[in-house]
Design a protein around this ligand. Structure first.
Ligand SMILES: C[S@@+](CC[C@H](N)C(=O)[O-])C[C@H]1O[C@@H](n2cnc3c(N)ncnc32)[C@H](O)[C@@H]1O
Length: 710
């Protein structure tokens, strides 16, 4: 509840132009001052909050000799403590539950704006916009808090008569705060409840019946006049209790394509010279990545383009390590390439300085236009734009002229901005590599040090599959998390990101099994059997429009054995704080992909800093995994953490392996871990059409129907 209130407050500030980073620490202090009495903070559309921010802004401007109008408060609330003001007695009294220790020091004094400091002349700052919207009046009618010890005392010296609710002007409905619930940060963490999160919430939804080995739910559909006669997923037939009205976002397309041009985005393709990763080429040979690929043309990508999709993209035959870097909406380049070939963003106005650029490997600028717009810019013959070793086609056998919304295809994760992901060789100690190995580690008589994460045994067979025992344990961990170990942070970065003001206690993180692959500092070759995920996609896959109304999906074109690596979940690496900010800014259109929390082994790293609490978001930059639809419980893929370039357990690759043998043309599915029972969640989960007999959503709907009948 407090979290939602905090989000609503921050949203209200945002609506009047006060960035969240500025509002957060002030709100935090206000809550202390008012002892979490939201009534006062919410009154008059968060008037006290806006006033307090203004005070700080004024104070900072004053401290800077009036020069700095655009001072942005850092996360450190220290500056808030710098001023103590006395207000005149024209305001209602403070909350009665204010610090009882100071109750004796009653005074009629109350904090106020400094005499002679007019808020009116502050010109174009957020608060003047507030005032222009009629949200702030000149005459304050509520307690005006100051901050810091002295300020607190000053505030608390007022008569301890609690203001009645009648005296408090109820907050007006702010257009943003209505949406706040829907766009709050925790939505993604909570919407995508991993099983461990389910456990955290004491939910019983994961106590699903275990799938009987070999159980299959066959019902084959023929989807249109597909030349290859694809077989639909082996889903059990499943009735839906009402027609689904929600149009999958993926099916929304610009109604009126315009002529091509470059509206709002330029892109350039830059090699990652600074990286020491190896890449296997299509022909199987290895090249050191990092050479500039001049051959690859930058393709302007924008929301409105004419022409057929296949005409619009030139497909590169060679696999390259390119990164799309977008410039700002204004078209100005706001990226730079540093000497080591890394891409860095030059300006990001709303990110506090305290979250400086760390040793990120790559930095991608968020294409601002991308939020919620569609572009018809896919090569239907290869949605990967030549970035993978295989081509992945797009087929639509259901409707005409509809292709997936545009996104930037990336074959590897890329740091958005603040995430701490360091791929330096120096950080890989002897215990994290097998420098003395040669050729294929799997062929050696004794497993090398790289097998340590998997209990001294390699996780892969010599056929490149996940070993049965390892896979079984991973599946059990995912499907029955209650049987496995949970780690509880003392100060949980995930909770901090959801609510910096009043973080809740850690709900627990599942300590999951890891695979450690050999890498560049190891002595073995790229053909070593302990390198599977880093080779990228090798299976023949296809993006297709599902017939069940789930939007686009991904399927295998060939039979796949159990334990086969299919693809990695690739996206932008974000801190959870960034995800919070991003989600606050995005509209509902961004919901078609699901950020994934990278919290598999937080326990091994002690207290994590915000820049180490990471997640992946494939909404704007991602690979084919962004098309994998959800299936409750008995999905045919499972994601397994794989450590490759860094021994850090806060960053790893999330690799999808098959949980059973798959037929050709079966849809690939993955259990997002959504808790369909989570009614408090600000964002409604989609109506699940997974078709599984264990569907949690169908069960929920059945329960609800039964309850209504009784
Ligand atoms: C990661 S995307 C998967 C790709 C998506 N279908 C598309 O067209 O881009 C997740 C979204 O797909 C849809 N989706 C995934 N699984 C679904 C399911 N089991 N039932 C209904 N919709 C589903 C939902 O709209 C969800 O927000």
């Amino acid at each position: 509840m407090a979290r939602q209130k905090a989000i609503a407050a921050l949203n209200a500030m945002k609506a009047i132009g006060i960035p969240m980073q500025m509002a957060k620490p002030v709100l935090k202090n206000l809550l202390k001052v008012y002892e979490n009495n939201w009534e006062y903070i919410e009154a008059e559309n968060y008037r006290v909050l806006a006033d307090a921010i203004l005070d700080i802004q004024e104070s900072q401007e004053k401290d800077m000799g009036g020069k700095g109008k655009d001072v942005i408060a850092s996360d450190d609330p220290e500056p808030c403590r710098m001023r103590v003001r006395a207000r005149q007695d024209d305001h209602p009294p403070p909350p009665s539950n204010a610090n009882p220790n100071l109750a004796g020091e009653t005074s009629q004094k109350r904090p106020r704006l400094e005499a002679g400091v007019s808020r009116e002349h502050k010109g174009d700052g957020p608060v003047s916009s507030l005032r222009s919207q009629g949200i702030m009046n000149d005459e304050p009618s509520l307690p005006q808090p100051s901050f810091g010890k002295a300020a607190n005392q000053d505030l608390l010296q007022r008569p301890l008569t609690r203001q009645t609710t009648a005296e408090v002007v109820p907050p007006q409905t702010c257009n943003i705060s209505d949406r706040a619930g829907q766009t709050s940060s925790h939505l993604n963490h909570r919407q995508i409840k991993t099983p461990n999160q389910d456990k955290r919430d004491n939910s019983i939804i994961l106590k699903e019946p275990k799938v009987e080995p070999g159980t299959e739910f066959l019902q084959k559909h023929h989807t249109g006049n597909c030349s290859s006669d694809p077989v639909s997923p082996k889903d059990e037939p499943c009735e839906y209790d009402s027609p689904v009205s929600e149009t999958p976002i993926a099916m929304i397309h610009p109604s009126q394509p315009h002529s091509s041009g470059n509206i709002g985005q330029q892109s350039c393709h830059i090699s990652s010279k600074g990286h020491s990763t190896l890449q296997q080429n299509v022909d199987g040979s290895m090249t050191q990545k990092g050479q500039r690929n001049n051959a690859k043309e930058s393709l302007p990508v924008n929301a409105f383009t004419t022409g057929t999709t296949s005409e619009l993209l030139s497909v590169q035959e060679s696999s390259s390590f390119n990164v799309d870097v977008a410039s700002s909406d204004l078209g100005e380049k706001d990226t730079l390439i540093n000497q080591s070939g890394m891409i860095q963003k030059m300006k990001e106005p709303e990110i506090p300085k305290s979250r400086s650029l760390t040793s990120c490997s790559l930095v991608v600028v968020q294409p601002q236009h991308a939020l919620g717009r569609s572009r018809l810019l896919h090569d239907v013959n290869d949605i990967c734009k030549g970035e993978e070793r295989v081509r992945i086609s797009v087929v639509n056998e259901i409707s005409r002229e509809e292709y997936p919304p545009s996104f930037n295809y990336i074959p590897r994760n890329i740091v958005y901005q603040n995430a701490y992901v360091s791929f330096s060789l120096a950080r890989i100690g002897d215990e994290d590599c097998c420098a003395d190995c040669f050729s294929d580690c799997l062929a050696a008589p004794i497993p090398c040090t790289c097998a340590r994460e998997t209990g001294g045994e390699f996780a892969y067979t010599s056929d490149g599959l996940m070993k049965k025992e390892f896979l079984d344990e991973c599946i059990s961990m995912y499907r029955e998390p209650q049987k496995h170990h949970l780690f509880y942070c003392k100060d949980c970065p995930l909770e901090r990101s959801k609510n910096d003001v009043l973080p809740e206690a850690c709900k627990g993180h599942l300590v999951r099994k890891f695979v450690k692959e050999c890498w560049s500092k190891c002595g073995c070759s790229m053909h070593c059997g302990n390198r599977v995920v880093q080779r990228g996609i090798t299976r023949n896959l296809q993006v297709f429009l599902t017939s069940e109304g789930k939007g686009w999906g991904l399927r295998t074109l060939d039979e796949l054995p159990r334990g086969a690596f299919v693809c990695e979940y690739v996206g932008e690496v974000l801190t959870n704080m960034e995800l919070y900010d991003r989600t606050m800014q995005t509209t509902g259109n961004a919901e078609h992909t699901y950020p994934v929390l990278l919290d598999a082994d937080w326990g091994s790293e002690g207290a994590l800093k915000d820049e180490e609490a990471l997640c992946l978001d494939a909404t704007f930059y991602g690979n084919v995994a962004r098309f994998i639809n959800h299936r409750c419980f008995d999905a045919n893929l499972i994601e397994i953490p794989v450590e490759v370039e860094t021994p850090d357990h806060h960053y790893y690759h999330l690799a999808f392996f098959t949980t059973r043998k798959l037929e050709a043309f079966e849809e690939l599915t993955w259990d997002y871990g959504i808790d369909f029972d989570d009614h408090e969640h600000p964002i409604k989960a989609f109506k699940c059409r997974c078709g599984s007999r264990f569907c949690r959503d169908i069960k929920r709907r059945r329960r609800r129907s039964r309850a209504l009948v009784q």
